[in-house]
Design a protein around this ligand. Structure first.
Ligand code: TYD
Length: 203
């Protein structure tokens, strides 16, 4: 029997531990015999590369930035996300269009409008994990790992980004993960939440 595809997105401001949880969740599914594809946005494709460079060298205008994310995402959806789900794989993404709502929303664009533009072509995930953490603690973690917050992650904007992410909490597919504990505590929470959500969808 082939499993049906599963599409999981992990979102949150930098410092909430997204990339670690993406890897651990991927291993968890692999150990259950599932084929997993992990990916991230911005991607390593041509549009994504321009966006990553802009985080260091200077941001595009808000409208251009959103257009670049939309181009990058379209390519990601067509070339990787849709084919992998159709092949019955588990697709786990580190950031997706909810990040556009948050980070381009902070720059004055309307989050609902950003969402509408994305949902014209980007499939809604089966499960959205919102990694939630106090902004001060998130900044502290970025500092501890020796990183400097990039241009997208300015302290004054992060509270607003956190709020945009939390505004999604009542969507049927969304779950909030309290990311203030240790990596292992958060991993346990993620597994618990994912197991429950999967039970609900298979009932
Ligand atoms: P990030 O995942 O933090 O990359 P890295 O691991 O290389 O630091 O992504 C880079 C930035 O892109 C991040 O700070 C948030 C921003 N971003 C947006 O502004 N809009 C989007 O739609 C996405 C996907 C990311």
């Amino acid at each position: 029997m082939t499993s049906s595809g599963l599409f999981i997105v992990i979102e949150g401001i930098d410092g909430t531990g997204k990339s670690t949880q993406v890897k651990r969740l991927s291993d968890w599914f692999t150990n259950q015999g599932r084929e997993v594809v992990i990916s991230r946005e911005p991607t390593d494709g041509p549009w994504g590369r321009i966006l990553r460079e802009s985080a260091a060298t200077g941001r595009l205008s808000a409208d251009d930035e959103l257009q670049h994310f939309l181009h990058d995402r379209r390519q990601h959806v067509d070339e990787l996300i849709k084919p992998a789900i159709a092949a019955g794989k588990v697709v786990i993404l580190d950031r997706y269009y909810f990040s556009s709502m948050a980070y381009q929303g902070v720059r004055g664009l309307d989050p609902s409008e950003i969402r509408r533009k994305n949902e014209e072509f980007a499939p809604v995930p089966d499960l959205l994990l919102i990694m939630d953490l106090d902004v001060e603690k998130a900044m502290q973690r970025i500092g501890e790992r020796g990183d400097i917050a990039n241009e997208f992650e300015k302290r004054e904007n992060l509270q607003h980004c956190r709020e945009v992410f939390l505004s999604l909490k009542d969507e049927t597919y969304a779950r909030v993960i309290n990311s203030s504990g240790s990596l292992d505590e958060v991993t346990d929470q993620v597994r618990h939440v994912v197991s429950l959500a999967l039970e609900q969808t298979t009932k």
